[in-house]
Design a protein around this ligand. Structure first.
Ligand SMILES: Nc1ncnc2c1ncn2[C@@H]1O[C@H](COP(=O)(O)OP(=O)(O)OP(=O)(O)O)[C@@H](O)[C@H]1O
Ligand SMILES: [Mg+2]
Length: 323
């Protein structure tokens, strides 16, 4: 197994290597073909390829010397808009050298964290240097970007990767790193990362390091410090079948042996209950109870007693449903 962050090691280098995001990739490839770009605004959740896409575009556009033609700034690192303006000015005023592309690309990550005043200043800067510089603003939410900037940019909305694409990606990395990734581990990884490939890759790497290259769901959940849905499911099923004492025993192992936080357990119970094959009105009733107990926990009630009460409620529900 090699050292270094796998998420970085396996970051796609060209637009062709980017998974999913097909429509975005094809629009970006068109810009490369035309050797021209509008200002860009990339928005979407973390770990889905926003930064990767603009760097890959730069490599496709400028070739191996692409670093000379781009400047990456992080809006939340740079102290104030004046610092940004100064950096942009220095970078943008010289035309790109030794390239058939006559502009450079300024990448501004976390642009949605700039104050609206700073964004207005940035907008003027964008206008002044449009001839020699294209801006690629990146953020999680387009709502936080002021309208005049949005209207000057082509907007690209990235979405989380599908389950299939995420899993394929993880499988490939596991293979390359000689990790024995069990199916349950892969499911757990997807469940914990929900299409965020950076997260999925980091969890895989951490689990592989601590479990001697064998990664199953237990390894993933121990890395996450979260409840394994399998155990919670077992507890719920025992409860519904009226086996209260056994269900409470599982609860105790979750709380005491695994040392899990009651908020994590109750969150997992909630998501499992919603997936149960029971009548809709029972899901409503149980959700109501879960909400009540969740509230009591936030008020400092004792977790073991409250969660036992929830298991008891499941047992009563199971009896009434005749499970
Ligand atoms: N669509 C994708 N195809 C292939 N790899 C991806 C993709 N999206 C993310 N990755 C992987 O996840 C890592 C993080 O991706 P990236 O930096 O592009 O995320 P981001 O969308 O910019 O997230 P953030 O909002 O947190 O900055 C990459 O190094 C790469 O390994
Ligand atoms: Mg990024």
């Amino acid at each position: 197994m090699s050292s270094g962050m796998w998420a970085e090691k396996y970051r796609p280098q060209t637009l062709d290597e980017i998974k999913n995001q097909t429509e975005i990739v094809s629009r970006l490839k068109n810009f490369v073909k035309e050797r021209n770009l509008p200002h860009l605004l990339f928005v979407g959740p973390p770990g889905v390829g926003k930064t990767t896409s603009i760097i890959a575009l730069a490599q496709d556009l400028y070739g191996s010397s692409y670093r000379n033609h781009i400047l990456e700034l992080n809006a939340s690192d740079e102290r104030g808009i004046n610092v940004i303006r100064e950096k942009v000015k220095n970078f943008a005023r010289t035309a790109a050298i030794a390239s058939d592309v006559l502009f450079k690309i300024l990448i501004m990550d976390e642009a949605d964290s700039l104050t609206s005043a700073a964004q207005h200043a940035l907008r003027r800067t964008m206008e002044v240097y449009t001839r020699t510089c294209r801006f690629c603003l990146i953020g999680n939410y387009s709502e936080n970007i002021i309208e005049p900037i949005q209207s000057r940019c082509s907007i690209f909305r990235f979405s989380p990767l599908s389950e299939e694409d995420s899993k394929n990606w993880i499988r490939i990395i596991a293979e390359k790193e000689n990790v024995n990734l069990i199916d349950e581990g892969l499911d757990a990884l997807y469940e914990a990362s929900m299409g965020d490939l950076r997260k999925a890759t980091n969890f895989l790497q951490a689990a592989a390091a601590s479990q001697d290259r064998v990664v199953d769901d237990i390894a993933i959940y121990s890395v996450l410090g979260r409840v394994s849905p399998g155990k919670v499911r077992e507890m719920i099923n025992l409860g519904l079948k009226g086996e209260f004492l056994e269900a409470r025993e599982v609860l105790r192992t979750l709380l005491i042996d695994d040392g899990l936080a009651s908020e994590d357990i109750i969150r997992m119970i909630y998501s499992e209950v919603l997936r149960l094959g029971i009548p809709e009105h029972w899901k409503v009733k149980l959700s109501d109870t879960i909400g009540e107990i969740d509230y009591r926990l936030t008020q400092g009630a004792r977790p073991e007693i409250q969660l036992s009460a929830l298991v008891a409620r499941l047992a009563l529900a199971g009896e009434e449903m005749d499970i």
